[in-house]
Design a binder for this molecule. Structure first.
Ligand code: CA
Length: 219
């Protein structure tokens, strides 16, 4: 049974929604604040209202995405927020603008969860919105392929080997460049900057000052 976490502070929306989804055969947990959403164990899918009383919806969406690949459908009352949501800066999988039709929502939930549960071929790794295929050395941001230079791919692949863990500058230089690298390390920063730009999710590669870099996701 698919477990849906409904994060919505407005009872008039959340209650009929929760009942409807239960009738549809989903297990539903309802919370009314961002903090309660973060305290919940990972659901199979999150319906997330952006206008919550405690935590900014954008921030919450990023935080959920940073710790899990759980599909997120954002619910917003403001159509002017849609650009930001659709730009996937938030890491959301889909969105609905209030007021929305219940049937449409169920259709979106089905589509998003189908995508999320499709088996991934061996050698393919998903990191947030980024997909890495080590066999073909190809990388995608959502469905769009990203052209990476060989060193950029090696750098991303190395960080993704242990997503969430810090990889030191020296380790990266030795493994991606040369095992006896003693030269200037500025070249590493240049590559990181380019990689961030190309991935379209600059926050994905986190600088750990004085140490190195990490992919800002849980393994
Ligand atoms: Ca709200």
């Amino acid at each position: 049974m698919l477990h849906v976490l409904v994060v919505e502070d407005d009872d008039a929306i959340a209650e009929p929604l929760a009942h409807g989804l239960q009738r549809e055969g989903y297990a539903v947990t309802r919370v009314a604040t961002g903090q309660a959403a973060l305290d919940e164990p990972d659901a199979d899918l999150v319906l997330l209202d952006l206008g919550l009383p405690d935590i900014d919806g954008y921030e919450l969406c990023r935080r959920i995405r940073a710790r899990a690949t759980t599909p997120i459908i954002v619910i917003t009352a403001r159509s002017d927020e849609v650009d930001k949501v659709v730009g996937l800066e938030l890491g959301a999988d889909d969105y609905m603008v209030k007021p929305f039709g219940y049937r449409e929502l169920v259709a979106r939930i089905r589509a998003v969860s189908r995508r999320a549960t499709a088996p991934e071929p061996a050698g393919v790794q998903r990191v947030g919105a980024i997909t890495i295929d080590r066999r073909t050395r190809k990388v995608w941001n959502e469905d769009a392929e990203i052209a990476l230079a060989p060193k950029e791919f090696d750098l991303l692949s190395l960080l993704a080997d242990d997503a969430g863990a810090v990889v030191t500058r020296q380790q990266i230089l030795e493994e991606v460049w040369d095992p006896h690298w003693y030269g200037p390390t500025k070249t590493l920063d240049v590559h990181v900057a380019t990689l961030r730009k190309k991935l379209g999710h600059p926050e994905l590669i986190e600088t750990v000052r004085g140490v190195g870099f990490r992919l800002a996701v849980e393994a």
